[in-house]
Design a protein around this ligand. Structure first.
Ligand SMILES: Cc1ncc(C[n+]2csc(CCOP(=O)(O)OP(=O)(O)O)c2C)c(N)n1
Ligand SMILES: [Mg+2]
Length: 330
């Protein structure tokens, strides 16, 4: 795929995830979905990095990474199934919504305590190095997650052991209602130096900038096997979750369709390159809307997991304890 096709495909994934995001939020307001963590505003950050990944790479993502997952080939149906916790859900309805995984695309499962994915990513990178395997490990997290012991432990170990980890901080300026200015006195990318690691800051609202930086940085990690911290500055355009009301604590909203919207920035730049025009944009948006509406309606009809599934995946073979419990419940 040449660069032009790659960028158009990335733009298509941005539109798809924006469309899916809005559909899920709207459905939650209609009582059709329990809970969800919206991704609007972080599409360019995630897809720009995804464009620089290879199939063999391992990803320890966090709850806001739907655009990254969609761009890497996870189907919208799988995201909807997880949110609904239906019988097709990869987590069998046992996880909170927005706690995805996708084994076939090397996405590990999302954990609720923030930044706990970081030490796991470092462990996986150690394993890659020990077994002399190709590939790198990408781990993603928010600005607020840098205030955890896990961030420190993971950064230090990855640098000290020279491990191929890409730490992608998706700085969306907020940790629920807590602004990044109050979260830390230092710029996040600069913290890398304290661990003896390379750190870079990039405009996470700009797909082309994000891709350029990710390409350079990931190539470097593949070559020298050393970690990097990328701080991608974007903006959480929606609420923290569907249970949050940001009007209670902030007024500096970036409106959808405004100059700061990553989708608008991508459209402007891709038009300047003559890669897309208004007709193509309209077609991509129409296709996304039709597809997501159709898929959502289909997935909504899937029944919840049956009670039997509760007893699966506990032991390889059933035993008397499981059998006894089954007898009480089923
Ligand atoms: C260790 C831990 N502390 C607190 C929480 C509650 N919590 C859930 S999400 C969140 C905000 C995280 O903000 P950030 O890392 O910036 O990610 P964002 O949600 O903005 O993408 C908090 C405090 C948690 N899940 N885990
Ligand atoms: Mg944040």
């Amino acid at each position: 795929m040449d660069e032009k096709e790659k960028l158009i495909e990335a733009y298509r994934a941005m539109v798809l995830s924006r469309t899916l995001d809005k559909k899920i939020v709207m459905s939650q307001r209609q009582g059709r979905v329990g809970f969800y963590t919206p991704t609007m505003g972080q599409e360019a950050t995630q897809i720009g990095v995804s464009m620089a990944l290879k199939d063999e790479d391992l990803i320890f993502e966090y709850y806001r990474d739907v655009p990254l997952m969609l761009h890497r080939g996870v189907q919208p149906a799988a995201i909807i199934d997880q949110i609904m916790g239906n019988s097709s859900d990869s987590e069998k309805g046992r996880q909170m919504p927005s706690h995805y995984s996708a084994k076939e695309h090397n996405f590990m499962s999302v954990q609720s305590p923030v930044a706990t994915n970081l030490p796991l990513a470092v462990g996986a990178a150690y394993s890659l190095k020990y077994r002399k395997k190709d590939g790198l490990v990408l781990t993603t997290f928010g600005d607020g997650s840098t205030s955890t012991p896990d961030f420190h432990a993971a950064m230090n170990l990855a640098a000290d052991f020279d491990l191929p980890v890409v730490f992608l901080c998706e700085n969306n300026k907020w940790a629920i209602s807590f602004p990044v200015e109050k979260q830390t006195r230092a710029e996040i990318w600069k913290k890398a130096e304290g661990y003896g690691m390379r750190g870079v800051k990039v405009d996470g609202n700009d797909l082309l900038e994000m891709y350029k930086t990710a390409k350079e940085e990931l190539e470097r990690v593949r070559k020298d096997g050393k970690p990097v911290l990328i701080e991608a500055v974007s903006y959480r355009m929606g609420p923290h979750s569907t249970s949050d009301d940001p009007s209670k604590y902030r007024s500096d909203d970036v409106k959808e369709g405004s100059d700061k919207d990553p989708l608008v920035i991508a459209e402007r730049k891709l038009k300047m390159l003559n890669y897309i025009d208004d007709g193509i944009i309209e077609g991509i948006k129409k296709d996304a809307k039709e597809n997501i509406d159709r898929i959502f309606d289909e997935r909504e009809k899937i029944p919840p997991p049956t009670p039997e599934t509760m007893f699966q995946d506990i032991y390889e073979k059933s035993n008397w304890i499981i059998d006894e419990e089954k007898g009480e419940i089923l």
